[in-house]
Design a protein around this ligand. Structure first.
Ligand code: PLP
Length: 369
C-alpha cells in the first residue's frame, strides 16, 4: 500500500531560501500595495513568459474577472466559451453580467472546437473566452481569424499554460489578453495569485485601477475598482519558485514521460495530443478511460483511491451542467465535451513525486486491478 498520493503537491523553495527572501519585509514593513517585490515579479515574469505587458493579481479568478471587465462589454452580451474547464471560467463571465454561450471541444486535445464557433455568433456576441486546457494550445490562428472577422475580443484562460510557447512565442502573446493562475496547485505558484498578460499598454492602467479600488491619488478615485492586489509575501514566493522553475519542469517531464511510456500501450487508455508546434509544461497527466478498458472511469477512480492514489476527474461535470448554470443557459450540442468529461482522469503529477510511485500507479492501471 502506498502512502496517500494526491493529484498534486505545491512546489516550494527551501524553508531557508524563503525565510532569507522575506527578511527585508521586517525592515520596510511594506507588505502590499504594489511594493518592491510585486514590481520585481511583474518584471521577471514578463521576461520569463516572453510577453510585453503583465499585471499581477491576487488570484487567477480575479485576474479573469477583471480582464473581462476591462473591456467594458455591455450588460447581457454573449461570450462564446467552453464548459470543459474549471468552474472559474464560467463564473467570471456570469459575474460580469455576461451570458456564456457554450461551444463544444475537440476530442484530441479538449480545447474549443474552432469549427463550431461561427455558428454560435449572434449580433450580441462580444468575445470568445477559450481555455488552453491542461496547457494544450487552442487553435489560436483560426480563433483570431474569426474574432477579426466579427470584431470580437479574445481572452484566453491560460491558467494551465504557464511557460507554454507556441511557434516560439510565449502563449500570453495570443489574443487580446491571457490569464494565468499561480494558485498553490498550479505548475508555478505564488501561494495564491494570478496575472493578466496583454500587449495593449493602455490595458495596464485600466487593470491597475480595477485591482486597486480605482485609486489614483490620495484624494482621487477614477474607477469603480475591486481589490485584487498581490501581496509581498506571495510575490516573494513567486520569485523563489521562479528561481527553480526549469528544475521543476524537468522533474515533471521525467514523470510525465514515464507515465506516457507505460500507459502508451494499455488497451482502452488514451492520451490527449497537443499541437506539434507548442511546448509542453507537464502541468497535468490526463488520461481517457475508454469503453474497451477493463473498468469504467469511475471504477478506476475508486480502485485507485482504495490504493491511496487520489486521481481527479478534471473536469467533471461540465460547468454548463452544474447546479448553478444548468437551468439558466443552453447546454446542448456539447457531445464531445460531455464524452471527455465522462472518461477523463487526471493522474498525480508533481516534481517530487517518487519515480517508483509513478511506475506503480501506471502499472496498476496497466494491469487493471
Ligand atoms: C485554477 C484555474 C482558474 C482560477 O485560478 P485561481 O488562481 O484558482 O483563482 C481559472 N481557470 C482554470 C482553467 C483553472 O484551472
Amino acid at each position: 500500500m502506498l502512502n496517500k498520493i494526491l493529484v498534486t503537491r505545491s512546489s516550494m523553495p527551501s524553508y531557508e531560501e524563503y525565510i532569507e527572501a522575506i527578511k527585508p519585509l521586517w525592515d520596510t514593513h511594506q507588505l502590499t500595495n504594489m511594493g518592491q517585490y510585486h514590481q520585481e515579479l511583474e518584471r521577471r515574469l514578463k521576461e520569463y513568459l516572453n510577453i510585453p505587458e503583465l499585471s499581477l493579481m491576487v488570484n487567477g479568478h480575479m485576474a479573469l474577472e477583471l480582464a473581462i471587465q476591462s473591456f467594458g462589454f455591455p450588460e447581457g452580451a454573449e461570450v462564446i466559451t467552453t464548459p470543459f474547464t474549471f468552474i472559474s471560467t464560467t463564473h467570471a463571465i456570469v459575474r460580469n453580467h455576461l451570458k456564456p454561450v457554450f461551444c463544444d471541444v475537440k476530442m484530441d486535445d479538449g480545447t474549443i472546437d474552432e469549427s463550431k464557433i461561427e455558428d454560435l455568433i449572434t449580433e450580441n456576441t462580444v468575445a470568445i473566452i477559450p481555455v488552453h486546457v491542461y496547457g494544450n494550445v487552442c487553435n489560436v490562428e483560426k480563433i483570431k481569424e474569426i474574432a477579426d472577422k466579427y470584431s470580437l475580443k479574445v481572452i484566453y484562460d491560460a491558467a494551465h499554460a504557464f511557460g507554454v510557447e507556441y511557434k516560439n512565442k510565449g502563449i500570453g502573446n495570443y489574443g487580446d489578453a491571457s490569464v494565468f493562475s499561480f494558485h498553490a496547485t498550479k505548475v508555478f505558484n505564488t501561494i495564491e495569485g494570478g496575472a493578466v498578460a496583454f500587449s495593449n499598454p493602455k490595458l495596464y492602467d485600466k487593470l491597475y485601477n480595477l485591482k486597486n479600488f480605482g485609486i489614483r491619488g490620495e484624494e482621487l478615485v477614477t474607477d469603480v475598482g475591486a481589490n485584487a492586489k498581490m501581496n509581498e509575501f506571495s510575490a516573494i514566493m513567486g520569485l523563489c519558485n521562479l528561481n527553480h522553475i526549469e528544475e521543476n519542469f524537468e522533474e515533471r517531464r521525467k514523470r510525465y514521460d514515464l507515465y506516457k511510456k507505460i500507459l502508451g500501450n494499455v488497451k482502452g487508455i488514451c492520451q490527449f495530443e497537443s499541437s506539434k508546434e507548442a511546448s509542453c509544461n507537464y502541468a497535468y497527466f490526463p488520461i481517457l478511460v475508454n469503453d474497451d478498458y477493463c473498468m469504467t472511469r469511475d471504477e478506476l477512480y475508486d480502485q485507485l483511491r482504495e490504493h491511496n492514489i487520489y486521481s481527479r476527474k478534471y473536469f467533471y461535470p461540465l460547468t454548463s451542467d452544474q447546479a448553478c448554470f444548468k437551468n439558466k443557459y443552453k447546454n446542448d450540442n456539447l457531445d464531445i465535451a460531455r464524452e471527455i468529461a465522462s472518461k477523463v482522469l487526471v493522474l498525480p503529477l508533481y516534481a517530487d513525486l517518487e519515480m517508483e510511485n509513478v511506475e506503480e500507479i501506471a502499472n496498476f492501471i496497466s494491469a487493471g486491478y
